[in-house]
Write a protein that binds this ligand. Structure first.
Ligand SMILES: Cc1cc2nc3c(=O)[nH]c(=O)nc-3n(C[C@H](O)[C@H](O)[C@H](O)COP(=O)(O)OP(=O)(O)OC[C@H]3O[C@@H](n4cnc5c(N)ncnc54)[C@H](O)[C@@H]3O)c2cc1C
Length: 520
């Protein structure tokens, strides 16, 4: 029974109770300034949005506006229903996600960001909140003159920008992503001391796939992510080659769906927390963190990906996906049909891209910062480049400026030997300067290849295994590293093809080996 005026859930409180209205009415209230009723909930309707799935603090107040009969369900029971009843799961998931979308659209969040579009840290925080699907309101200090009074109220000087006012109370001056996550309670429901079946490090496509398959198959899964879910894929404006999305899907949408899916099956995702090492000389293993106690676990999936070497250009981010690409597939080739393009890099991947694109493009400029192509470039490619009139190799040359409104329109490059600058109307730049794997944090616990990628399964030679003191009679499984029970998937793995689909595939396959380990 709910009595008129009774507050069932307060904003910021633990989000552990779910209500279905049988009779009477509830109100979803935005508490300040001056209580705003977002929506009433009548007979047959229910409370909840995605923070309920993640066990995060409530974003709104829920109050009884007309006394009546309510059904109350604890969060654990709700999670069980979502995982076992597909019809109810559809209804709840759709509603929870749409409610979150509505909160985001209306800026009803528990954080207000005061920043400037010219500040990279403002962009960092906006991106962090957006990639976590966290609603927030934004005040642009360049446009809003009345904001000074708000700043004065919180004793904030303009040098502290960007400022995040968190839960209407705590003022954070140019905070790290981790500080924001802590203040918003994004990791509140997670017990780091609890022994897991599998800890997945990295929440890009590979890590999220492992989380979905692991949790849906009954494993106790914790994902640790140093930034926000989605990884590199989240920075892609449109992924056109991922199976099942004929019109393409933005990386952010794909990641958002995968994140909700993992949470639906009960995987916990620790946000803005960086793994700093493996305690690998003991079993069970543990993943040590930048801060806090190591997380004990029976198995580990390493999905920390790689970072493409990105040219140091001020506005590069603005054109990524809109003229700057890190892969040259048929999709990109079609975009630059009969146009001039630039390929950056002197290695095999740059050579292959230049030759491939020369068939579609009008002309390919291959820009190399050093005085020639890399020693490692295959001879056949060097010959093909030399013999293809549609490719011009420009050595000692690097891009100094990108220009355009939305899409890249012009590129300026400089010959570092002669000091000569040139500007060309070129709309497509392919950066093929190699990728750096995120493996430094492993501190030698697993065998790496010459470029720092993790060797797995059959790629581990008898010498590798002997050096790593491989202790078992069986050889490593397909995606298993030189440490039994520790797997590597996605871009971080030596030999991976650096695509969303292969990352997802490998993440799911690793889980089948985790099951085999449990059986062993
Ligand atoms: C701009 C761009 C566009 C792309 N477009 C396409 C495309 O259209 N189609 C396609 O198939 N592929 C595309 N790719 C490639 C694709 O995004 C990658 O192959 C894919 O994201 C790899 O997934 P992953 O999970 O292995 O690694 P990542 O996506 O790199 O994810 C790794 C995650 O691990 C986290 N992490 C790293 N270190 C730590 C640590 N110590 N502790 C905790 N977390 C950590 C990172 O923050 C990151 O979230 C694109 C890549 C880029 C950059």
């Amino acid at each position: 029974m709910g009595n008129r005026g009774e507050v069932l859930v307060e904003r910021g409180s633990a989000n552990t109770r779910f209500f279905i209205v049988r009779t009477g009415q509830l109100e979803i209230v935005w508490p300040d300034p001056g209580e705003l009723v977002i929506t009433p909930l009548d007979s047959g309707q229910f409370t909840g949005e995605t923070s309920m799935l993640a066990g995060r603090p409530a974003l709104v107040r829920i109050r009884v506006s007309e006394s009546g009969e309510l059904i109350e369900i604890e969060r654990e029971q709700l999670m069980l229903l979502v995982q076992t009843d597909s019809e109810l799961s559809d209804i709840f998931m759709r509603t929870f996600i749409l409610r979150r979308v509505e909160l985001i659209a209306r800026g009803f969040g528990d954080v207000a960001l005061l920043g400037s579009t010219h500040s990279p840290d403002t962009l960092r925080i906006k991106e962090f909140l957006t990639r976590n699907n966290h609603p927030y309101s934004y005040i642009d200090l360049d446009k809003d003159r009345t904001v000074q009074s708000v700043l004065d109220r919180f004793h904030v000087s303009i040098d502290d920008v960007p400022v995040a006012i968190c839960r209407n109370d705590v003022v954070l001056r140019n905070p790290s992503n981790e500080k924001i996550a802590d203040c918003l309670g994004l990791n509140e429901a997670i017990d780091p001391m609890h022994m897991r079946d599998v800890v997945i490090v990295g929440a890009g496509p590979a890590g999220l796939a492992a989380a979905v398959y692991g949790s849906s198959e009954g494993l106790d899964v914790l994902v640790v992510e140093s930034s926000a879910p989605g990884g590199q894929a989240a920075s892609s404006s449109k992924i056109e080659n991922y199976l099942g999305f004929p019109t393409g899907i933005s990386g952010q949408d794909l990641a958002g769906r995968a994140y909700s899916q993992a949470q639906k099956f009960g995987a916990q995702v620790m946000i803005a927390k960086k793994a700093s090492g493996l305690l690998c000389s003991r079993t069970p293993y543990a993943v040590s963190m930048d801060e806090g106690s190591p997380i004990p676990t029976r198995s580990i999936v390493i999905a920390t990906g790689a970072q493409y070497r990105r040219p140091q250009l001020e506005n590069l981010g603005q054109f990524e996906g809109n003229g700057v690409y890190y892969g040259a597939t048929f999709v990109e080739a079609q975009l630059c049909m009969a146009e001039d393009v630039i390929v950056i890099g002197g290695g095999n991947s740059a050579g292959q891209a230049a030759v491939f694109l020369s068939k579609a493009a009008n002309h390919v400029y291959l820009l190399v910062r050093s005085s020639g192509l890399a020693e490692s470039m295959s001879r056949y490619l060097v010959r093909r480049i030399e013999e293809t009139p549609a490719i011009t190799l420009l050595t000692n040359t690097e891009i100094t400026e990108l220009d355009g409104a939305r899409q890249l329109e012009r590129v300026r490059w400089r010959n570092n030997k002669t000091g000569k600058d040139e500007t060309h109307d070129i709309r497509h730049v392919f950066v093929m300067a190699g990728a750096l794997p995120n493996t430094a944090w492993l501190h030698g616990c697993v065998v790496l290849d010459g470029d720092g990628f993790i060797k797995t399964g059959p790629d581990l030679s008898p010498d590798d295994l002997a050096a790593a003191h491989w202790p078992l009679a069986r050889p490593p499984y397909l995606l298993e590293t030189s440490l039994p029970g520790v797997f590597a998937v996605g871009d971080v793995r030596a030999g991976n093809v650096k695509r969303v689909a292969s990352a997802v595939g490998e993440g799911s396959i690793a889980i089948s080996f985790v099951h085999q380990l449990v059986r062993e």
